[in-house]
Design a protein around this ligand. Structure first.
Ligand SMILES: [Zn+2]
Ligand SMILES: [Zn+2]
Length: 289
Protein backbone atom coordinates (compact mmCIF):
# COMPACT_ATOMS: atom_id res chain seq x y z
CA UNK A 1 0.00 0.00 0.00
CA UNK A 2 1.45 3.33 -0.98
CA UNK A 3 0.86 6.28 1.16
CA UNK A 4 -0.60 9.29 -0.52
CA UNK A 5 1.57 12.37 -0.06
CA UNK A 6 0.01 14.85 2.29
CA UNK A 7 -1.43 17.78 0.40
CA UNK A 8 0.18 21.01 1.41
CA UNK A 9 -2.54 23.64 1.58
CA UNK A 10 -1.73 26.61 -0.61
CA UNK A 11 -0.85 29.61 1.51
CA UNK A 12 -3.43 32.38 1.50
CA UNK A 13 -2.28 35.58 -0.11
CA UNK A 14 -1.34 37.99 2.63
CA UNK A 15 -4.44 40.18 2.33
CA UNK A 16 -6.72 37.16 2.61
CA UNK A 17 -4.86 35.95 5.69
CA UNK A 18 -5.05 39.44 7.25
CA UNK A 19 -8.78 39.68 6.55
CA UNK A 20 -9.35 36.33 8.24
CA UNK A 21 -7.35 37.56 11.22
CA UNK A 22 -9.57 40.67 11.51
CA UNK A 23 -12.62 38.42 11.48
CA UNK A 24 -11.32 36.50 14.47
CA UNK A 25 -10.19 39.59 16.38
CA UNK A 26 -13.28 41.69 15.60
CA UNK A 27 -16.27 39.36 15.13
CA UNK A 28 -18.57 42.37 14.70
CA UNK A 29 -16.85 42.98 11.33
CA UNK A 30 -17.38 39.37 10.14
CA UNK A 31 -19.96 40.11 7.49
CA UNK A 32 -17.95 43.03 6.04
CA UNK A 33 -14.85 40.80 6.00
CA UNK A 34 -16.69 37.99 4.22
CA UNK A 35 -17.97 40.33 1.53
CA UNK A 36 -14.49 41.78 1.05
CA UNK A 37 -12.99 38.27 0.82
CA UNK A 38 -15.50 37.36 -1.91
CA UNK A 39 -14.72 40.56 -3.83
CA UNK A 40 -10.95 40.24 -3.44
CA UNK A 41 -10.93 36.62 -4.60
CA UNK A 42 -13.15 37.35 -7.60
CA UNK A 43 -11.14 40.42 -8.63
CA UNK A 44 -7.86 38.55 -8.29
CA UNK A 45 -9.14 35.79 -10.55
CA UNK A 46 -10.19 38.29 -13.22
CA UNK A 47 -7.08 40.44 -12.96
CA UNK A 48 -4.91 37.41 -13.55
CA UNK A 49 -6.46 37.07 -17.00
CA UNK A 50 -6.14 40.73 -17.97
CA UNK A 51 -2.99 41.57 -19.92
CA UNK A 52 -0.82 44.51 -18.95
CA UNK A 53 -1.73 47.06 -21.64
CA UNK A 54 0.81 48.98 -23.66
CA UNK A 55 -0.62 52.48 -23.64
CA UNK A 56 0.84 54.86 -26.19
CA UNK A 57 1.19 58.27 -24.64
CA UNK A 58 2.47 61.18 -26.64
CA UNK A 59 4.67 63.26 -24.28
CA UNK A 60 3.06 66.53 -25.38
CA UNK A 61 -0.43 65.20 -24.84
CA UNK A 62 0.67 63.89 -21.45
CA UNK A 63 1.96 67.32 -20.51
CA UNK A 64 -1.23 69.02 -21.68
CA UNK A 65 -3.46 66.56 -19.81
CA UNK A 66 -1.47 66.97 -16.62
CA UNK A 67 -1.51 70.75 -16.68
CA UNK A 68 -5.26 70.78 -17.40
CA UNK A 69 -5.86 68.35 -14.51
CA UNK A 70 -7.21 65.72 -16.87
CA UNK A 71 -6.49 62.03 -16.34
CA UNK A 72 -4.65 59.79 -18.77
CA UNK A 73 -6.57 56.57 -19.32
CA UNK A 74 -9.02 56.75 -22.23
CA UNK A 75 -11.71 54.11 -22.39
CA UNK A 76 -10.09 52.57 -25.46
CA UNK A 77 -6.85 52.06 -23.49
CA UNK A 78 -8.54 49.68 -21.03
CA UNK A 79 -7.78 46.02 -21.88
CA UNK A 80 -11.44 45.13 -21.54
CA UNK A 81 -12.89 42.00 -23.02
CA UNK A 82 -16.66 42.43 -22.98
CA UNK A 83 -17.57 38.82 -22.19
CA UNK A 84 -15.15 38.87 -19.28
CA UNK A 85 -16.44 42.24 -18.11
CA UNK A 86 -20.04 41.03 -18.31
CA UNK A 87 -19.17 38.07 -16.08
CA UNK A 88 -17.34 40.30 -13.59
CA UNK A 89 -20.28 42.72 -13.56
CA UNK A 90 -22.69 39.88 -12.81
CA UNK A 91 -20.49 38.33 -10.12
CA UNK A 92 -19.99 41.70 -8.43
CA UNK A 93 -23.75 42.27 -8.29
CA UNK A 94 -24.22 38.73 -6.93
CA UNK A 95 -21.74 39.32 -4.12
CA UNK A 96 -23.19 42.70 -3.12
CA UNK A 97 -26.68 41.23 -3.12
CA UNK A 98 -25.62 38.17 -1.13
CA UNK A 99 -24.23 40.42 1.60
CA UNK A 100 -27.26 42.71 1.54
CA UNK A 101 -25.37 45.66 0.10
CA UNK A 102 -27.83 45.72 -2.81
CA UNK A 103 -31.65 45.59 -2.57
CA UNK A 104 -33.37 42.83 -4.51
CA UNK A 105 -35.25 45.20 -6.87
CA UNK A 106 -32.04 47.06 -7.74
CA UNK A 107 -30.14 43.80 -8.08
CA UNK A 108 -32.72 42.47 -10.56
CA UNK A 109 -32.52 45.61 -12.68
CA UNK A 110 -28.70 45.58 -12.62
CA UNK A 111 -28.58 41.92 -13.68
CA UNK A 112 -31.01 42.70 -16.52
CA UNK A 113 -28.73 45.53 -17.74
CA UNK A 114 -25.78 43.13 -17.61
CA UNK A 115 -27.58 40.58 -19.72
CA UNK A 116 -28.44 43.05 -22.46
CA UNK A 117 -25.29 43.68 -24.48
CA UNK A 118 -26.97 46.58 -26.29
CA UNK A 119 -27.60 48.28 -22.97
CA UNK A 120 -24.45 47.47 -21.03
CA UNK A 121 -21.71 48.47 -23.45
CA UNK A 122 -22.87 52.05 -24.23
CA UNK A 123 -23.76 52.57 -20.57
CA UNK A 124 -20.28 51.58 -19.37
CA UNK A 125 -18.55 53.71 -21.99
CA UNK A 126 -20.71 56.78 -21.28
CA UNK A 127 -20.28 56.35 -17.53
CA UNK A 128 -16.51 56.04 -17.81
CA UNK A 129 -16.17 59.00 -20.17
CA UNK A 130 -18.31 61.22 -17.94
CA UNK A 131 -16.64 60.28 -14.67
CA UNK A 132 -13.05 60.16 -15.91
CA UNK A 133 -13.22 63.45 -17.80
CA UNK A 134 -10.22 62.63 -20.00
CA UNK A 135 -11.57 65.00 -22.66
CA UNK A 136 -13.80 67.32 -20.67
CA UNK A 137 -11.83 67.67 -17.45
CA UNK A 138 -12.90 66.82 -13.92
CA UNK A 139 -15.82 69.30 -13.85
CA UNK A 140 -18.00 66.80 -15.64
CA UNK A 141 -19.43 64.89 -12.73
CA UNK A 142 -22.48 63.26 -14.38
CA UNK A 143 -22.47 59.64 -13.26
CA UNK A 144 -25.08 57.00 -14.03
CA UNK A 145 -28.43 58.11 -15.56
CA UNK A 146 -30.90 59.60 -13.01
CA UNK A 147 -33.31 56.65 -13.36
CA UNK A 148 -30.54 54.05 -12.87
CA UNK A 149 -30.98 51.46 -10.10
CA UNK A 150 -29.36 52.38 -6.77
CA UNK A 151 -25.97 50.72 -6.41
CA UNK A 152 -25.19 50.65 -10.13
CA UNK A 153 -22.29 53.06 -9.60
CA UNK A 154 -20.77 50.76 -6.99
CA UNK A 155 -21.15 47.68 -9.20
CA UNK A 156 -19.52 49.52 -12.11
CA UNK A 157 -16.62 50.75 -9.97
CA UNK A 158 -15.88 47.27 -8.62
CA UNK A 159 -16.40 45.44 -11.92
CA UNK A 160 -14.15 47.77 -13.88
CA UNK A 161 -11.39 47.71 -11.25
CA UNK A 162 -9.48 44.57 -12.36
CA UNK A 163 -9.24 45.97 -15.91
CA UNK A 164 -8.50 49.57 -14.95
CA UNK A 165 -5.97 48.56 -12.30
CA UNK A 166 -3.81 47.07 -15.05
CA UNK A 167 -3.72 50.49 -16.77
CA UNK A 168 -2.65 52.24 -13.57
CA UNK A 169 -0.03 49.55 -13.07
CA UNK A 170 1.34 49.95 -16.61
CA UNK A 171 1.45 53.75 -16.45
CA UNK A 172 2.91 53.89 -12.94
CA UNK A 173 5.91 51.95 -14.18
CA UNK A 174 6.53 54.30 -17.11
CA UNK A 175 5.46 57.81 -16.21
CA UNK A 176 6.61 60.48 -13.82
CA UNK A 177 3.48 61.91 -12.21
CA UNK A 178 5.21 64.07 -9.63
CA UNK A 179 3.76 67.19 -11.29
CA UNK A 180 0.19 66.04 -10.65
CA UNK A 181 -1.14 68.19 -7.79
CA UNK A 182 -4.85 67.39 -7.98
CA UNK A 183 -7.14 65.61 -5.57
CA UNK A 184 -8.56 63.30 -8.25
CA UNK A 185 -6.82 60.33 -9.83
CA UNK A 186 -4.27 61.04 -12.60
CA UNK A 187 -5.15 57.74 -14.26
CA UNK A 188 -8.95 57.51 -14.24
CA UNK A 189 -10.17 60.78 -12.69
CA UNK A 190 -12.01 59.13 -9.78
CA UNK A 191 -11.77 60.23 -6.14
CA UNK A 192 -9.32 58.83 -3.60
CA UNK A 193 -10.88 56.55 -1.03
CA UNK A 194 -7.85 55.85 1.09
CA UNK A 195 -4.35 57.22 1.67
CA UNK A 196 -1.01 56.08 2.98
CA UNK A 197 1.51 58.12 4.93
CA UNK A 198 4.93 56.91 3.86
CA UNK A 199 7.93 56.55 6.20
CA UNK A 200 9.20 59.86 4.79
CA UNK A 201 5.90 61.52 5.90
CA UNK A 202 4.63 61.97 2.37
CA UNK A 203 0.91 61.35 1.85
CA UNK A 204 -0.08 59.25 -1.14
CA UNK A 205 -3.73 59.08 -2.16
CA UNK A 206 -5.22 55.84 -3.47
CA UNK A 207 -7.89 55.88 -6.15
CA UNK A 208 -11.22 54.30 -5.22
CA UNK A 209 -11.68 52.96 -8.75
CA UNK A 210 -8.32 51.95 -10.29
CA UNK A 211 -6.24 51.70 -7.06
CA UNK A 212 -3.57 53.93 -8.62
CA UNK A 213 -1.55 56.10 -6.20
CA UNK A 214 -0.27 59.67 -6.33
CA UNK A 215 1.37 62.14 -3.96
CA UNK A 216 -0.72 64.88 -2.44
CA UNK A 217 -0.11 67.63 0.12
CA UNK A 218 -0.50 66.07 3.58
CA UNK A 219 -2.92 68.65 4.99
CA UNK A 220 -4.97 69.73 1.98
CA UNK A 221 -8.47 68.38 1.39
CA UNK A 222 -8.46 66.40 -1.88
CA UNK A 223 -12.19 66.96 -2.35
CA UNK A 224 -12.38 70.78 -2.15
CA UNK A 225 -8.69 71.84 -2.10
CA UNK A 226 -9.09 73.56 1.30
CA UNK A 227 -5.54 73.99 2.61
CA UNK A 228 -6.24 75.95 5.78
CA UNK A 229 -4.78 73.72 8.49
CA UNK A 230 -7.13 75.20 11.06
CA UNK A 231 -10.02 73.77 9.06
CA UNK A 232 -8.67 70.22 8.78
CA UNK A 233 -9.53 67.96 11.71
CA UNK A 234 -7.26 64.98 12.11
CA UNK A 235 -7.52 62.10 14.56
CA UNK A 236 -5.85 58.71 14.87
CA UNK A 237 -6.55 55.29 16.29
CA UNK A 238 -4.96 54.54 19.67
CA UNK A 239 -2.25 52.36 18.10
CA UNK A 240 -1.39 55.20 15.70
CA UNK A 241 -1.84 52.92 12.70
CA UNK A 242 -4.74 54.73 11.11
CA UNK A 243 -5.68 58.36 10.80
CA UNK A 244 -8.65 60.36 9.55
CA UNK A 245 -8.34 63.72 7.83
CA UNK A 246 -11.68 65.51 7.88
CA UNK A 247 -12.38 68.78 6.13
CA UNK A 248 -14.38 71.43 7.99
CA UNK A 249 -15.17 73.24 4.74
CA UNK A 250 -16.77 70.47 2.64
CA UNK A 251 -17.30 68.05 5.59
CA UNK A 252 -15.76 65.10 3.75
CA UNK A 253 -13.05 62.86 5.21
CA UNK A 254 -10.36 60.48 4.07
CA UNK A 255 -8.77 57.64 6.02
CA UNK A 256 -5.05 56.90 5.94
CA UNK A 257 -2.71 54.09 6.90
CA UNK A 258 0.30 55.43 8.75
CA UNK A 259 3.19 53.32 7.46
CA UNK A 260 5.56 55.16 9.81
CA UNK A 261 4.34 53.05 12.71
CA UNK A 262 3.48 49.93 10.76
CA UNK A 263 5.14 46.56 10.34
CA UNK A 264 3.77 45.87 6.85
CA UNK A 265 2.96 47.89 3.73
CA UNK A 266 -0.58 49.14 3.14
CA UNK A 267 -3.17 46.65 1.87
CA UNK A 268 -6.21 48.67 0.89
CA UNK A 269 -8.57 45.69 0.82
CA UNK A 270 -7.64 44.95 4.42
CA UNK A 271 -7.15 48.45 5.79
CA UNK A 272 -10.45 49.75 4.46
CA UNK A 273 -12.24 47.03 6.45
CA UNK A 274 -10.06 47.34 9.56
CA UNK A 275 -11.01 51.02 9.70
CA UNK A 276 -14.79 50.64 9.55
CA UNK A 277 -14.98 51.75 13.22
CA UNK A 278 -13.13 54.94 12.19
CA UNK A 279 -15.81 55.61 9.57
CA UNK A 280 -18.40 55.37 12.30
CA UNK A 281 -16.40 57.85 14.42
CA UNK A 282 -16.05 60.30 11.52
CA UNK A 283 -19.73 60.06 10.62
CA UNK A 284 -20.67 60.58 14.24
CA UNK A 285 -18.73 63.85 14.16
CA UNK A 286 -20.83 64.95 11.20
CA UNK A 287 -18.47 64.18 8.32
CA UNK A 288 -19.30 62.25 5.16
CA UNK A 289 -17.21 59.64 3.33
ZN1 LIG B 1 -8.09 55.95 -10.70
ZN1 LIG C 1 -12.89 69.72 1.71
Amino acid sequence: MTERPARVPRADPRDVAELKRIKTAQPELASAVDMQLALVEMQRRVQGRVPLPWIQVDPQWLQAQQSAGRPLVRFRDIPLEWSDFRLTFRQTADILHRFEALERADYNRIVAIGRDGNALEPLVIAWYDATAGVDAGPENKAKTPPDAPAGLDQVLVLALRPFLARCAEALTQRLDLSAWKHGHCPFCGWEPDFAVITPSAERRLICGRCTGQWSFAPLTCPFCANDDRALITSFATRDGLYRVYACDVCRRYLKAYDARSASRPIMVAVDSIATLPLDAAAIQRGYVG
